[in-house]
Design a protein around this ligand. Structure first.
Ligand SMILES: *[C@@H]1O[C@H](CO)[C@@H](O)[C@H](O)[C@H]1NC(C)=O
Ligand SMILES: *[C@@H]1O[C@H](CO)[C@@H](O)[C@H](O)[C@H]1NC(C)=O
Ligand SMILES: *[C@@H]1O[C@H](CO)[C@@H](O)[C@H](O)[C@H]1NC(C)=O
Ligand SMILES: *[C@@H]1O[C@H](CO)[C@@H](O)[C@H](O)[C@H]1NC(C)=O
Ligand SMILES: *[C@@H]1O[C@H](CO)[C@@H](O)[C@H](O)[C@H]1NC(C)=O
Ligand SMILES: *[C@@H]1O[C@H](CO)[C@@H](O)[C@H](O)[C@H]1NC(C)=O
Ligand SMILES: *[C@@H]1O[C@H](CO)[C@@H](O)[C@H](O)[C@H]1NC(C)=O
Ligand SMILES: *[C@@H]1O[C@H](CO)[C@@H](O)[C@H](O)[C@H]1NC(C)=O
Ligand SMILES: *[C@@H]1O[C@H](CO)[C@@H](O)[C@H](O)[C@H]1NC(C)=O
Ligand SMILES: *[C@@H]1O[C@H](CO)[C@@H](O)[C@H](O)[C@H]1NC(C)=O
Ligand SMILES: *[C@@H]1O[C@H](CO)[C@@H](O)[C@H](O)[C@H]1NC(C)=O
Ligand SMILES: *[C@@H]1O[C@H](CO)[C@@H](O)[C@H](O)[C@H]1NC(C)=O
Length: 411
């Protein structure tokens, strides 16, 4: 039996407990297969789209995007039997078919092969196609998941083969479901382990401070740049971790640079870096010039989609972080926090930014954040009232700065 529910998030407590960033749920597919005794044997929910490149009659190539999967059927999906394993089979559009089969190899089950078929004969979908007939592409993925775990992958998975690109994301799937109960134990894909680590939002009646689950891994460091015509005008290198606090519970999210888009703009007095992904509508860093000789991070604007359908947006244009002389870059290897609001913080790792005066696409010498710390030494030394110590500290400080500068030229 095939139960197909319209895809808006509804009763699934498992899903509502989680903050799924950027889930445009409108085209999520969902399949709940039950066996002869009405017990769930396979559950899946996911999103996907496709790009197909094909040869035309005049020997050129055309590309079509298939992203409207609003009218799908699930014929041929099965729990499996003694001979055949479980299978998800999906049909949509003008003769497209997408099939995943599973096998059991205790203590795991395998997401075995993903097959995609398209009918190139259809002139509406594939105008001027040279070839006719149905083309099938098999991709063996051979992904192991422990039995009784539900596989989750919010990250974008890309399968490229024979001029077909498949994008699959926001995946939840469990085959060989035990006792008709979909597992609450999640097995994350590698991409998610590094990217979006999601904290459950637990609404307790007694407002007790819940410990903040922190991603076990630091975020990947991304290289972001903005171009102005032919030349790079803004550079940023950083690992980013967002910290959203709602109802006394914090959700900490690592940004995966590979699935993050970059845009921005450069002007004489301001520069903007905008990151976005399927998850993040926008995350803006706005830099400004002060006293005509320094720059700083003045503004952060953010908008994220939350799993409960709400949007989390915060803006603060009165910040003062990452202050450095114009013509140089600002650098901080250690973890630093940009506190945008009471409810939103950004932790940065391996940070280096240069929003102005970028020459030949390369960073200029850096001012390091450890110089910020060293400054504290000066008043302490004054407190000690030892002029000699003060001079020594200042000397050490300048030598230290010089070292930092020298260090960076090697990058
Ligand atoms: C799947 O369908 C069964 C039978 O209708 C239902 O009891 C179960 O709650 C459904 N599971 C999910 C995750 O939707
Ligand atoms: C399974 O559920 C359907 C409707 O949801 C019902 O008609 C049928 O009798 C049930 N079968 C069993 C074996 O419980
Ligand atoms: C090939 O055909 C397409 C439309 O079918 C047309 O746009 C394109 O210009 C043609 N190319 C050549 C080299 O004739
Ligand atoms: C498919 O989805 C991904 C992720 O949402 C998106 O980046 C991509 O542009 C989409 N491709 C098409 C052809 O719609
Ligand atoms: C959806 O699919 C059904 C059955 O294949 C078809 O009758 C119907 O016209 C389709 N609707 C749209 C909007 O494509
Ligand atoms: C081709 O695709 C269009 C749009 O999905 C559909 O209306 C039409 O019936 C298809 N034609 C054939 C020959 O399958
Ligand atoms: C899974 O599907 C692929 C391609 O259709 C097929 O070659 C393979 O034998 C199938 N595996 C199982 C276990 O059914
Ligand atoms: C894929 O498309 C490219 C052109 O974009 C073409 O040169 C190549 O032969 C195609 N490969 C296959 C397997 O169709
Ligand atoms: C399924 O039910 C059996 C018998 O009641 C029990 O021994 C087993 O632990 C259950 N499995 C799961 C995954 O809940
Ligand atoms: C980019 O640079 C190339 C070569 O240096 C030049 O020919 C071209 O006009 C430039 N384009 C723009 C938009 O400045
Ligand atoms: C997230 O923010 C909360 C509230 O400001 C704070 O208590 C918590 O330590 C932060 N977690 C991380 C990993 O930065
Ligand atoms: C990002 O992509 C690069 C190159 O494709 C790859 O080496 C790297 O592992 C990817 N990182 C993540 C976090 O997916």
């Amino acid at each position: 039996m095939v139960y197909f529910r319209p895809s808006r998030l509804s009763g699934s407590g498992l899903l509502l407990l989680c903050l799924i960033l950027g889930a445009d749920q409108s085209h999520a597919l969902e399949l709940n297969l039950t066996d002869s005794s009405n017990a769930t044997c396979l559950y899946a929910k996911w999103q996907m789209n496709f790009t197909v490149t094909y040869e035309t009659t005049n020997k050129t190539y055309k590309t079509v995007n298939i992203s409207d999967l609003s009218n799908v059927t699930y014929e041929g999906s099965t729990c499996g039997d003694d001979q055949n394993g479980p299978r998800i089979a999906v049909q949509f559009g003008s003769g497209f078919s997408w099939i995943v089969n599973f096998t059991k190899h205790a203590p795991d089950y395998l997401i075995d092969t993903i097959s995609f078929s398209y009918n190139i004969h259809n002139h509406t979908t594939f105008p001027d196609a040279e070839h006719k007939g149905i083309i099938t592409i098999d991709n063996r993925v051979a992904l192991n998941v422990p039995l009784n775990d539900i596989f989750r992958c919010n990250s974008l998975l890309t399968i490229e083969n024979n001029n077909v690109t498949q994008h699959i994301w926001n995946v939840l799937v469990q085959a060989f479901v035990q006792n008709g109960t979909v597992s609450t134990k999640e097995y994350l894909c590698d991409e998610d382990k590094h990217a979006t680590t999601v904290a459950p939002i637990i609404h307790t009646t007694v407002p007790s401070p819940t410990p903040t689950p922190t991603p076990k891994e630091n975020p990947y460091v991304g290289n972001y740049s903005v171009r102005d015509g032919n030349s790079t005008c803004l550079l940023a290198t950083m690992g980013l971790q967002l910290n959203i606090t709602q109802d006394k519970v914090s959700s900490v999210i690592n940004i995966n640079p590979n699935s993050t888009g970059v845009t921005g703009s450069c002007h004489p007095q301001t520069a903007q870096l905008r990151l976005n992904s399927s998850n993040i509508k926008y995350l803006d860093f706005v830099f400004a010039v002060k006293n005509e000789n320094r720059f700083y991070l003045k503004e952060v604007n953010v908008s994220l989609n939350l799993a409960n359908g709400s949007v989390f947006s915060i803006a603060n244009n009165n910040l003062s972080y990452w202050d450095a002389p114009l013509g140089s870059s600002y650098m901080c290897h250690k973890e630093q926090t940009v506190s945008v609001s009471r409810t939103f913080q950004i932790n940065t790792f391996e940070l280096r930014v240069q929003p102005f005066n970028v020459m030949e696409g390369k960073y200029s010498t850096a001012q390091d954040c450890s110089a910020d710390d060293d400054n504290f030494l000066v008043p302490i030394a004054v407190g000690a009232a030892l002029a000699g110590v003060l001079i020594l500290v200042l000397l050490a400080y300048f030598i230290g700065l010089k070292r930092h500068h020298a260090g960076y030229e090697q990058f």
